[in-house]
Design a protein around this ligand. Structure first.
Ligand SMILES: Nc1ncnc2c1ncn2[C@@H]1O[C@H](COP(=O)(O)OP(=O)(O)OP(=O)(O)O)[C@@H](O)[C@H]1O
Ligand SMILES: [Mg+2]
Length: 408
């Protein structure tokens, strides 16, 4: 064994994560976690039920790896901490006190300290965001927080007096994503994301709250974390973690996987109402289909896990009408009845897919039709600054009309 991290969930000991000599990870759940939740409960992840045996293998490795950023952002963090590429354990030792959800890692056996917030002047906050993807903490500070995803982003805490840097694992409240500067397949991406999340919320779908802010001439999307509430962490995992999928496989390609059906049934079985859960998942997938979201992969849907280990859909996030803005971006992320390309996908595929989720035909039809109707209702009133939403709104409206006709 080369190292040990203590794993905490909502501030309570969950277990011990060891890095073995061969580089692999091993998790042992703590007796107190087994007492609290019981054998077989899934308070951490759908893919990692509590057991009194040691946990090793792909499920564990993938769950942990999926807590970390991807791509260039991850590479920069690895270099900063002098870690070899792909060294999950090493990065968790540095960044694991503030992750997505309520999981935390500490080197010491004591419960994680609350950390502290370092107030940032407006100028400092502007500088930090404007310099992304280079993450340049305030003097004397290091990055001690982690979130998945490819895009450059910074986690900050909003206080009564302005922005603060969350140091030593302190709670962050917002994700700040500036407009990307490279690989721009869709100009004004973050304006579209803000508009889309607002469209979803106005249509009655739970979706992350986000606003646009100018940081020293660089526009950024300021997203409120839905897994932070009044200074507390609530737990969540994304679908790659729930299904034990490697980060690089976040887009479903094989027609044999049936990812969405697996989530609907397996996470639904851990929900208070399996039917309500399946309908919530269906509503999110229907919205993404109607708006032509060409990036709705398995890291762009998440599950919320309560303190009694019951599952529900987390709010929608990271959504934009990418396919309608650039038809190259037509990968829907998941297959619907075996089809994953937006060019071919229709409400018929979605209805056929959802009919395998233990929903009746009426429930499937009603759920999709409700989303289509609500989106149509609110589209005309959903304006945006700096982007011409009208042509895209017209396309979405036509897609919703089509869906309603198909289902009638
Ligand atoms: N509002 C939110 N509250 C809590 N967690 C969130 C929220 N939005 C996103 N996340 C988490 O942060 C991760 C990264 O966010 P997001 O998907 O917006 O980043 P991204 O880099 O644009 O992703 P991608 O790689 O899909 O382009 C998500 O996968 C999810 O786990
Ligand atoms: Mg994402």
């Amino acid at each position: 064994m080369t190292g040990t991290l203590h794993v905490w969930l909502r501030g309570q000991l969950l277990g011990q994560l060891d890095e073995l000599r061969n580089g692999h990870l091993r998790l042992r759940y703590a007796a107190e976690a087994l007492d609290t939740y019981g054998l077989g409960a899934r308070p951490l992840s759908l893919s990692l039920p509590l057991t009194d045996k040691r946990v090793q293998g792909d499920r564990l490795e993938r769950f942990m790896d999926n807590l970390l950023p991807e791509g260039a952002v991850r590479g920069a963090l690895e270099r900063e901490h002098h870690l070899r590429p792909g060294h999950t354990f090493g990065l968790l030792a540095h960044l694991g006190r503030e992750c997505a959800g309520a999981i935390q890692f500490t080197a010491e056996a004591e419960p994680p300290a609350p950390g502290h917030l370092i107030a940032l002047s407006d100028d400092e906050a502007r500088r930090i965001v404007a310099q992304l993807p280079t993450l340049d903490p305030p003097p004397g500070q290091v990055v001690s927080a982690s979130l998945g995803g490819v895009q450059a982003k910074v986690l900050l805490a909003r206080t009564d007096t302005g922005w603060a840097w969350p140091a030593d694992g302190a709670i962050s409240t917002h994700i700040i994503k500036p407009e990307p500067t490279t690989d721009v397949a869709v100009p004004d991406l973050i304006r579209w994301e803000e508009w889309t999340l607002r469209l979803a919320r106005t249509a009655g779908l739970p979706a992350a709250h986000a606003e646009l802010t100018d940081f020293d001439g660089r526009l950024a999307l300021v997203v409120e974390r839905f897994d932070r509430h009044e200074g507390r962490r609530t737990h969540q995992e994304d679908l790659t973690q729930a299904l034990a999928i490697a980060t690089r496989d976040k887009y479903e390609t094989s027609v044999d996987e049936h990812r969405l059906a697996t989530v609907a049934l397996a996470a639904g079985a851990e929900a208070i109402s399996p039917t309500a859960f399946a309908r919530d998942l269906l509503s999110q997938v229907a919205f993404n289909l109607l708006i032509g979201n060409g990036d709705a992969h398995s890291k762009n849907y998440s599950l919320t896990i309560s303190d009694t280990a019951t599952y529900s859909m987390a709010p929608l996030y990271d959504a934009a009408p990418l396919y309608l803005l650039n038809s190259v971006l037509q990968h829907f992320g998941h297959n619907l009845a075996g089809q994953g390309r937006l060019r071919h996908l229709t409400a018929t595929h979605l209805a056929a897919e959802a009919s395998t989720w233990r929903l009746s035909t009426v429930q499937v039809t009603e759920t999709i039709a409700a989303v289509a109707t609500q989106v149509r209702d609110v589209l005309p009133g959903c304006a945006a600054l700096g982007i011409d939403v009208d042509p895209v709104a017209a396309l979405i409206d036509a897609r919703a009309v089509d869906a309603l006709k198909t289902l009638a």
